[in-house]
Design a binder for this molecule. Structure first.
Ligand code: ZN
Length: 381
């Protein structure tokens, strides 16, 4: 039977599992809740024929690592997802799981419980029906992706280092495209110390930290370069002690986004080079790269082209799109590992009240994953 027909026949199983994932609410900061979902996912992975290991985390949910065919030769394919969502416990009361035609609504359903359901069900069905590739397949489920994967990054990079291909099941774009470019992020806090003085009695004895901040902010926002896909913004600011006192202190954040490594390096060098304008000011810069960019480079293009060919053969043509936000794919792509993202369900309303998936996209995405697993040609092997 053709892959697409096969997964259309099994779509109810994918949807049933997805509903079970959505009713287990899993906000990033609630370790207990994320671990409860993790226990369920652990059992489902075992039932799909995987060997499952747990990597405990104290300040986030425990990370799950599953493997199939671990003794087979060849480079492993790594499937990635995150168990956490942005929705607090109790969201289901006002934003319940409900269906309208092909639209299935619920918190975290698109980002990215549908992707997790796809990974588990496709692997389970291929395991059951003898369709697994003759190479290892790994799956890694992180638990603090919505907060920047601080607790997961090291493990993601360690596992990905041995993989030949990384597939990330973040949602597809609205047009069911995959994501071939994600901007990187750097975050900084600039702290400025001046000297207080009464602004009526003896203003000349003060050193105004807010005035210094104003000079620095004008300098920093001039680094913005929309034509290069770079954006630089100051989004938080504080300072001063009273209306009639020369401000002795000021602090602001800098959020920098970039599509390629040279832009990243340009911005990092500039911010580390900031020097005070006003005499007597002390200025310090703290922060760094949050996520490297996932670049639309030659490797990415070759990887996407192969996916597009496989998709065409299945009869489910796929396009590519850029996105501003980051994911765990940023880490693996920046390591030089062939990476594709946005392989999850089609839908709309990520992090919004109308979050939903289109259920008819699930068999297409399942078939695409199965075809990649069975047919992918590796450049170096
Ligand atoms: Zn996500």
């Amino acid at each position: 039977m053709k892959l697409l027909d096969f997964f259309r026949e099994h779509n109810d199983e994918i949807i049933d599992l997805l509903k079970e994932l959505v009713i287990r609410e899993s906000p990033t900061m609630d370790k207990h809740a994320v671990d409860e979902l993790g226990k369920f996912v652990f059992e489902q992975l075992q039932a799909s024929g995987a060997q499952v290991d747990i990597f405990p985390r104290r300040e986030a949910g425990d990370i799950l690592y599953a493997s199939w065919n671990s003794n087979a030769p060849g480079k492993p394919i790594l499937l990635m997802g995150h168990l956490d969502t942005v929705w607090p416990i109790g969201t289901l009361v006002n934003m319940p799981l409900w269906q309208s035609g092909a639209r299935l609504y619920g918190p975290g359903i698109l980002d990215m419980k549908a992707g997790i359901a796809l990974i588990i069900k496709v692997m389970g069905l291929l395991h059951l029906h003898g369709g697994l590739p003759r190479r290892p397949v790994w799956a890694l489920f992180t638990t603090d992706e919505e907060r920047g994967s601080i607790q997961a990054r090291e493990l993601v990079e360690k596992v990905a280092a041995n993989a030949g291909l990384v597939l990330v099941f973040e949602p597809a774009t609205q047009g069911e495209m995959v994501k071939t470019s994600r901007r990187g992020t750097a975050r900084y806090t600039v702290t400025i110390e001046g000297l207080p003085a009464h602004s009526g009695e003896e203003p000349e004895k003060g050193i105004n930290a807010i005035h210094e901040a104003a000079y620095q902010i004008l300098r920093i926002i001039s680094w913005d370069a929309p034509d290069k896909g770079t954006s630089v913004a100051v989004n938080l600011i504080s300072g001063g002690t009273a209306q009639n006192i020369i401000a002795p202190h000021a602090e602001f954040t800098v959020d920098m986004r970039f599509t390629n490594q040279p832009e990243c390096e340009r911005l990092v060098a500039l911010i580390n080079d900031l020097t005070p304008v006003i005499k007597g000011i002390r200025l310090s810069v703290k922060g760094g790269i949050w996520r490297p960019p996932m670049e639309r480079n030659d490797r990415m293009m070759r990887t996407f082209d192969q996916l597009a060919r496989l998709a065409g053969t299945l009869g489910v043509p796929v396009g590519e799109e850029l996105t501003g936000a980051g994911s765990d794919a940023n880490f693996t792509a920046a390591m030089g590992i062939p990476t594709l993202d946005g392989l999850g369900a089609r839908g709309d309303g990520m992090h919004a009240e109308h979050e939903h998936i289109i259920t008819t996209s699930l068999p297409r995405r399942a078939a695409l994953l199965a075809s990649v697993l069975q047919n992918w040609v590796f450049e170096e092997e």
